[in-house]
Design a protein around this ligand. Structure first.
Ligand SMILES: Nc1ncnc2c1ncn2[C@@H]1O[C@H](COP(=O)(O)OP(=O)(O)OP(=O)(O)O)[C@@H](O)[C@H]1O
Ligand SMILES: O=P(O)(O)OC[C@H]1O[C@H](OP(=O)(O)OP(=O)(O)O)[C@H](O)[C@@H]1O
Ligand SMILES: [Mg+2]
Length: 291
């Protein structure tokens, strides 16, 4: 029913992992195979294509639903519907930023300091020109097809590029002058397809599964038993999403407690729960959290 387009390149691996976690495993013969399939009654066609092109294809109705970065939606100025941010990038769950950077030792402290005729290399020429116009800077914007950081200072004076961890900027001795955009990965749809009730329901289902898988990341389910006398002490230190579930155990003066907790911190939490009187403590991985 839905045709789906997924990003090749930086987001590819993380996207495939997310779909796997969402029980929407993408099947392809190999990494070089750009035609794929998902064993799901709502999805009938899957392609893996460059994220720069995805917003345009969605606008044109070549696909119903896709994943790409907000940066490319902005750059191509495409008219698409966003079903929301998916909080993952190439390496982290943080957004990327489109930034303007100059060499560490450049004399400029802000965009408006840039002299007329400054040369700027970027994969985002449209966004860069809009930004320079806003600041009244007359520059020469040179399109880049990658390795942008390597072009300063000999080929250009400044760049507009993506940064996630900041390591590429550091390695190339660059300093951020300004941020043009903070960009998340997004689930986006063709407008007409989104207006179709049946397709929209299918899109919302896909969104729910993807968001559920993202929310589950970094969380685990803790289960334990505790004597009635120690229950208060255990509940006092047990974190939870809303409040822990407490059930009484058959034929005894004990309760079972379960709660979803952040994996980070479990190393100190489990011994603390044990010291508070908990026993039979289980830590169980979870694959989805749906509100
Ligand atoms: N660390 C990252 N570096 C680059 N892009 C990232 C990163 N994390 C997330 N992204 C997103 O991935 C998309 C990158 O798309 P792009 O078309 O530039 O392909 P690419 O994966 O960088 O391919 P190539 O390696 O050929 O440059 C953008 O939407 C961008 O926001
Ligand atoms: O802040 P970081 O974690 O270092 O990530 C950002 C870097 O990753 C991307 O490069 P990419 O791998 O797409 O290579 P490219 O420049 O050839 O497109 C981007 O263009 C930056 O160079
Ligand atoms: Mg790139």
């Amino acid at each position: 029913m839905l045709s789906l387009v997924l990003p090749k390149g930086s987001l590819e691996k993380a996207t495939m992992q997310l779909f796997d976690a969402a029980d929407l495993t993408v099947r392809r013969a190999s990494d070089r195979d750009y035609r794929a399939s998902i064993d799901d009654p709502r999805i009938d066609r899957v392609r893996v294509l460059r994220p720069q092109e995805i917003p345009t294809y969605l606008e044109q109705g070549l696909f119903d639903l896709g994943i790409t970065g907000r940066d490319w939606i902005t750059e191509t100025d495409s008219d698409v519907v966003s079903l929301g941010e998916l909080q993952y990038s190439k390496a982290t769950s943080n957004p990327v930023r489109v930034i303007m950077a100059v060499p560490e030792d450049a004399p400029w402290q802000s965009v408006s300091d840039l002299p007329e005729g400054v040369r700027i290399s970027t994969e985002f020429p449209a966004m860069t020109k809009r930004f320079l116009d806003k600041h009244g800077v007359k520059a020469k914007v040179v399109p880049s097809y990658g390795a942008t950081e390597a072009k300063v200072p000999d080929i250009v004076d400044a760049i507009v590029d993506l940064t996630e961890t900041g390591s590429s900027l550091r390695k190339n001795g660059l300093r951020i002058l300004d941020t043009l955009l903070t960009s998340y990965t997004e689930l986006v749809a063709n407008r007409e397809a989104y207006e179709d009730a049946e397709k929209r329901a299918a899109m919302e289902d896909v969104s729910l599964l993807l968001q559920g898988a993202i929310r589950a990341r970094g969380n685990v389910l803790l289960k334990l038993n505790v004597a009635q006398a120690d229950l208060r002490k255990v509940l006092d230190i047990m974190p939870s999403m809303s409040s822990p579930t407490v059930t009484s155990l058959a034929g005894g003066d004990s309760s079972a407690v379960e709660s979803v907790v952040a994996k980070r911190g479990v190393n100190t939490l489990i011994p603390a729960l044990k010291a508070a009187g908990a026993h039979d403590i289980l830590e169980i991985p979870i694959s989805k959290i749906v509100d």
